[in-house]
Design a protein around this ligand. Structure first.
Ligand code: GCV
Length: 899
């Protein structure tokens, strides 16, 4: 993410890696200090003794080799099969059978068998012996479908709690004087899921006895969507390039696709749509279908069915027809033939995703047709093959008139789809985003879930963190999803929580389920941030059983991903479980949505961008008040789309929850919340609190430094430090904007009154020139200072502060392009050098690119001069904003860190 110059790297980073390796692998206790070349304390005295200065280089190589030989790069995710570090291994593992019999011969059962052998050997150091028949004189693991096991063991019963399709039962069967550890699937997929459940239990130290029982998935459709483009990019993907495509072809090496399917199967996901919903018709050419079949081959052993997104205009673009009207018989015939071709190549093809009449995608409206006309045309062509149509309800006009006070994008899905209820074919599912807008940090549940009683429904959740920090911020989303799934919509005046609607229980629907936009990529750790995979894991767990608590998901993921150490489990799960609310506080509290750059990359703060555009993610802030009035009486009428009990709750200011107040109502800034605090002061306070809490992640994570492997520890630390800095950018930008908009000052006078901050405008500048920050509130005084047309520039300040130790933060801008170099000098002596090489989504000084570098333990005497020297690179003019100099109690034991 950031790199120091080579000489710094060779001492500081190597020292850090060695220290981590020593702590983690050799387990030495570390305390005080050994001085490195730049006066930093790289090693404790004990480490220094262990290492011996003259042997530093040799040991460095040795330990780095040790570290990399066992590197934890995140690629194994929650399937690491590390020997579980536990106080006591469950007693019944002693009685674990050595023989393993697979009564089934499906690809899924072969995977299950291999996986069990691999996991048991890796975690428990026991080799399982595969037998072709049940051994007469030995205990054994038995894998099979319920029918197969019953045929071999007539005494086997699961009738009292029979697993549903794709479910499984785990049991110990006593027969013929032996004990059989049985994993029985309703079908091969269920059998595979059962094997993974056993392995997850072993990794977490659960006794086999307590794993026994029956489990069935909550809904038949548990899919992920990948928004992969054929050129290898991924829309809203933050973990590298596509694992499926490159250069308009299917990749020749699909190893990663198979590994992905294995991960998906381990959490019960049974389908994957491989391409962007903004679909490219080229995927439907015979040559590409032939290639895509290879991806399906990689998925098949893991029971993951492949599906594709299709553009509705393919018959015209690709097929040369003069129309794509779904009502035209020749169009329907084209699709029939296309699906026949696909099924010939991929017999277990799952079906299609359709995005139509949305954000510029063509749709049936061109011919005066409805989503029903389009969906049912596809459905008829897929039905003979058993395929399904997942038709997205994300249909809206993105050229709305901001001046029209009644216009409201949130209304669109219900307005369009509710009148069509009961008209969709049985193999159509309407896929509805959790909220009525677009994966914002806080949205109410979409009213459409309650508006379709005679239509199959799936919820669409976004696993990839488009609006949630784009894998630069830690945000654990199962906490958010749980709130949506548990929300009771009170349809028909009875209890109808969203999770029961999706399972088909509320309205007796045969199909339905969960679709998560995952967007994993080729990066070793799949999603960019080591913590982001908790979201994919959590999605699978909730799709399987929405009653699972966010806490158990967080704890299980932590155990499987990092360690069973109680301190690791409690610290990491606490970080995960608090992260969504913290992100909400420093971005957009009170239902303001994400307040991000809505017309740009959806990353940093840019509140004004929410208004005056056609996209309809408005907050309607003016001098007097803020919020969208969505009431029926005076607003857009959106609230009226909910069943009466929910509508009444949102309509009344007395019962509308504070966290959705500004989504539902327009109120004055001085309006008092249920907390007794005004809206405006809550906005200010929440941003200060959120930024402080984000800084707390760093402290919490650092408490684990001897308990996490060095590679993932360091990567996560760098990201959390970056997040803490970016949370300050968010805080300052949003608070400045609202202070200017409302004219009401923060009652604690914090905004732009930072006693420790020295802005570039107040420094002595040599070469640095002011340029406008493209969003004024994202830089001090709306200006960044850039080094233009020079090879280097400096900004210096003399500070008369008491002598002591300080941390020095440099706030600068890191464009995507170019790698500027910065040096921090104390009285002309370089104390740190770093480069601006993060991959942030921006090419200008703004909230996307504002970043900080912090150096701890800087000694200062009154009159010292602090200088930032910037060296531009490739159009990135080493832009800076300010310095922040904060007293520290004592030299911090940590080395310099970039954030
Ligand atoms: C695939 C949002 C995203 C788009 C995405 C769209 C969708 O608008 O920003 O990138 O397009 O949702 O869900 O279709």
């Amino acid at each position: 993410m950031f790199s120091t110059q080579l000489e710094l790297f060779s001492s500081k980073a190597a020292a850090s890696a060695i220290r981590q390796a020593i702590r983690y692998r050799v387990g030495l206790a570390l305390h005080v200090e050994h001085r490195g070349a730049e006066g930093q304390n790289w090693f404790s005295e004990r480490e220094a003794r262990v290492i011996g200065r003259s042997r530093l280089v040799l040991l460095c190589c040795l330990l780095l080799t040790l570290v990399s030989a066992n590197a934890e790069d995140g690629s194994q995710a929650w399937l690491r099969y590390a020997p579980p570090v536990l106080n006591a291994i469950p007693a019944d593992y002693q009685k674990m059978p050595a023989a393993l019999v697979d009564l089934d011969s499906s690809p899924e059962s072969i995977s299950a068998q291999k996986e069990l052998r691999q996991g048991v050997q890796s975690m428990l150091n026991r080799i399982l012996r595969v037998e072709t028949k049940v051994p007469a004189n030995d205990d054994a693991w038995i894998l099979g479908t319920v029918e197969e096991i019953r045929a071999a063991f007539p005494e086997f019963h699961t009738d009292s709690n029979k697993p549903a399709p794709e479910g499984f039962s785990i049991s110990i069967l006593a027969a013929h004087g032996h004990r059989y550890w049985v994993i029985a699937g309703t079908d091969p997929r269920g059998l595979l899921y059962g094997a993974f459940r056993v392995l997850s239990g072993i990794a977490r130290g659960v006794s086999f006895a307590s794993m026994q029982g029956t489990q069935s998935p909550a809904a038949p459709v548990r899919w992920v969507n990948q928004w992969d483009n054929l050129n290898g990019t991924i829309e809203r993907g933050y973990g590298g390039r596509s694992i499926f495509f490159d250069n308009d072809q299917v990749r020749s090496d699909l190893t990663r696709a198979g590994e992905y399917a294995r991960l998906l199967a381990s959490i019960g996901i049974n389908g994957c749509t491989i391409n962007n919903v903004n679909a490219n018709p080229k995927l439907l050419t015979p040559a590409m279908i032939h290639e895509v079949a290879r991806i399906a081959d990689a998925f098949r052993p893991w029971g993951v069915r492949l599906s594709m997104s299709v553009p509705i205009d393919a018959p015209q673009i690709l097929g040369g027809l003069d129309t794509f009207d779904p009502g035209d018989p020749k169009v329907a015939a084209w699709w029939r033939e296309k699906f026949d071709q696909i099924y010939a190549a991929i017999p277990d093809f799952g079906g299609i995703e359709v995005k139509a009449d949305s954000e510029g995608q063509p749709g049936p409206s061109k011919y005066g047709r409805t989503p029903v006309d389009a969906a049912n045309m596809f459905a008829a062509a897929l039905k003979p093959h058993g395929g399904i149509v997942v038709y997205r309800a994300f249909v809206y006009n993105h050229h709305l008139d901001w001046n029209d006070i009644k216009a409201d994008r949130a209304r669109a899905a219900y307005d369009i789809f509710h009148p069509l209820d009961g008209k969709f074919a049985d193999n159509v599912i309407v896929q509805i985003k959790n909220g009525p807008i677009d994966f914002q940090v806080r949205e109410p549940v979409s009213p459409l879930f309650a508006g379709l009683h005679r239509t199959n429904e799936a919820i669409e959740l976004q696993i990839t963190q488009e609006y949630m920090g784009q894998a630069h911020h830690l945000v654990f989303l199962p906490t958010q999803w749980k709130e949506a799934l548990d929300f009771d919509l009170h349809a028909e005046n009875r209890s109808t929580p969203v999770k029961d609607i999706l399972s088909g229980k509320s309205f007796h629907r045969p199909l339905g389920g969960y679709v998560g936009v995952a967007n994993v990529g080729l990066d070793a750790n799949w999603m960019g941030h080591p913590m982001s995979m908790a979201n994919l894991y959590g999605f699978g767990r909730l799709a399987w059983n929405p009653n699972t608590t966010a806490q158990s998901i967080a704890e299980d993921w932590t155990r499987l991903t990092f360690s069973n150490d109680p301190k690791v489990v409690s610290t990491v799960s606490h970080m995960l479980l608090t992260s969504w609310s913290i992100y909400e506080r420093y971005t957009g509290p009170l239902g303001l949505q994400t307040l991000t750059n809505i017309t740009g990359p959806h990353y940093g703060p840019a509140p004004q961008s929410q208004e005056h555009n056609g996209w309809g993610q408005w907050i309607r802030a003016d001098h007097d008040g803020v919020g969208m009035d969505r009431t029926v009486a005076t607003g857009t009428g959106y609230i009226g789309q909910y069943p009466p009990a929910v509508a009444a709750m949102y309509t009344s200011l007395k019962t509308c929850p504070d966290n959705l107040l500004l989504f539902m109502h327009h109120v004055p800034y001085t309006y008092k919340l249920h907390t007794g605090k005004t809206v405006i002061q809550t906005i200010y306070d929440d941003h200060y609190l959120g930024a402080q809490e984000a800084a707390g992640f760093v402290t919490q994570w650092k408490s684990l430094d001897s308990l996490i492997d060095p590679e993932r520890y360091q990567k996560t630390l760098a990201l959390l430090e970056y997040q803490a800095g970016h949370a300050i950018v968010w805080r300052d930008a949003i608070d400045r904007w609202f202070e200017k908009m409302s004219g009401i000052p923060d009652d604690r006078h914090r905004i732009d009154h930072d006693p420790n901050r020295i802005v570039a405008a107040d420094m002595q500048l040599d070469g640095y020139k002011p340029i406008d920050a493209t969003i004024w509130e994202t830089a001090s005084g709306g200006k960044a200072y850039a080094c233009l047309d020079q090879t280097s520039c400096t900004a210096s300040t003399k500070l008369n502060r008491p002598a002591g130790w300080y941390s020095v933060a440099v706030q600068y801008f890191d464009y995507r392009r170019g790698v500027s170099t910065f040096t921090l000098q104390l009285d002309r002596q370089a104390i740190a050098t770093w480069t601006a090489e993060n991959t942030l989504p921006g090419e200008a000084p703004n909230g996307d690119t504002s970043t900080r570098f912090t150096l701890h333990g800087v000694p200062r005497r009154p009159g010292d001069t602090l200088t930032i020297e910037g060296h531009p690179d490739d159009g990135q003019p080493a832009p800076i904003d300010y310095l922040e100099i904060t007293p520290e109690a004592a030299p911090a034991p940590q080395a310099a860190s970039a954030h």
